[in-house]
Design a protein around this ligand. Structure first.
Ligand code: DAH
Length: 351
């Protein structure tokens, strides 16, 4: 008799709430609109639960506590059920059973390669064909690898804070200003023959403008073996220039100075924008400078534990941005690091 007892005690309001609880547990939605309709029906200001609140006012005082708890449970159950239905959409893109298998998979929005990556890979590929392998080193470097081992004098201007970002002063830790630091790391740790190409990011304390940035990218090449000569360097340079810019490309070497090479040179190529006729890019000279190079200074070899009487070698270094500008005529260096899709999408490969 206990059972009927309890039953009789339930008010009309409680019966209503229990029926609603049941109803809510069974709710299903097949579209996002269904979910919204359910929210409006049960949980909006004019929804069922709100209208129950009005009825609640007339519940006798002694029953208020129990009915009130039930009301809260109902409200909670409705919110939870709605959340479950919403999550189904988030997971499946549609509610259970609504995955549209006939939807086409195309067009898929494909990204594009960054122009600097395209050119970096092209440069590395060319040197790989000459037997070079990739080597990498840290961007946060010590003074030894960036400057001292490479024969920079104590008072060399490149060591100045105006050019170099310092992380720590004593002992000196800097952001590498060139990828030549990787040369020393590799020479210290391996025996000749060494034939490496080192792509990477470098940092200099420059004001950012359309033609300078505080970080940019370089590729360094190093070849150390017995009897490596300047003729070998010249041959490698010519091969690189023709592979990169076309078989008609001419090169010229101008004497220059770098602390880590002796003799040193800078290489120009015939301007590939005007074909050597003269244009604003080559300042009407028909030539554009693209890299620095030279025979590795014997001091550098000795600093890295390589016998300079037995071995010799050449090194060269170039800026990837510069090569990219020559290929694609990007007028503002800042474009490379702004992630503007209108710029990046132009490098999408043709299908
Ligand atoms: N490290 C030089 C720079 O950042 C570039 C360079 C010049 C690298 C001559 C070399 C080289 O290996 O031989 O300007």
């Amino acid at each position: 008799m206990l059972f009927t007892d309890r039953f009789e005690k339930r008010t009309a309001m409680q019966v209503k709430i229990e029926a609603l609880l049941n109803e809510i547990e069974q709710l299903k939605a097949t579209t996002a609109e269904d979910v919204e309709a359910i929210r409006i029906k049960y949980l909006s200001k004019k929804g069922i639960i709100s209208s129950l609140m009005d009825e609640f006012r007339s519940v006798p005082a002694e029953q208020k506590r129990e009915v009130g708890m039930k009301m809260n449970a109902l409200k909670q159950a409705a919110s939870e059920r709605l959340q479950v239905l919403r999550e189904q959409f988030a997971q499946n893109g549609a509610a259970e059973g609504m995955t549209d298998l006939s939807r086409t998979a195309y067009p898929v929005a494909l990204g594009s390669r960054h122009p600097l990556s395209i050119v970096r890979e092209e440069i590395c590929d060319i040197f790989k064909r000459l037997g070079f392998t990739i080597a990498e080193g840290p961007e946060v470097e010590d003074d030894w690898h960036v400057f001292s081992s490479l024969n920079f004098a104590e008072d060399h201007p490149a060591r100045d804070m105006q050019d170099t970002f310092f992380i720590q002063h004593d002992p000196q830790v800097v952001l590498r200003t060139h990828t030549s630091s990787v040369q020393t790391r590799v020479m210290e740790n391996s025996e000749p023959p060494i034939r490496i190409i080192c792509p990477g990011r470098v940092y200099r304390n420059e004001a950012i403008s359309y033609r300078a940035h505080c970080f940019f990218h370089q590729v360094e090449a190093l070849y150390i073996d017995r009897e490596v000569s300047f003729a070998d360097l010249k041959q490698a340079l010519l091969f690189f220039a023709r592979e990169m810019f076309g078989t008609e490309t001419k090169i010229r070497l101008r004497p220059s100075y770098f602390p880590f090479t002796e003799p040193s040179a800078e290489m120009d190529i015939s301007c590939n924008i005007c074909g050597g006729e003269g244009c604003p890019f080559c300042k009407q000279t028909g030539w554009v400078e693209i890299l620095g190079c030279g025979m590795v200074d014997p001091n550098v070899l000795e600093n890295c534990g390589i016998d300079s009487k037995e071995y010799s070698g050449y090194a060269l270094g170039m800026g990837i941005e510069r090569i990219t500008n020559l290929k694609y005529q990007v007028k503002d260096l800042r474009m490379f690091s702004e992630n503007d899709l209108r710029f990046l999408e132009q490098f999408r490969p043709a299908h």
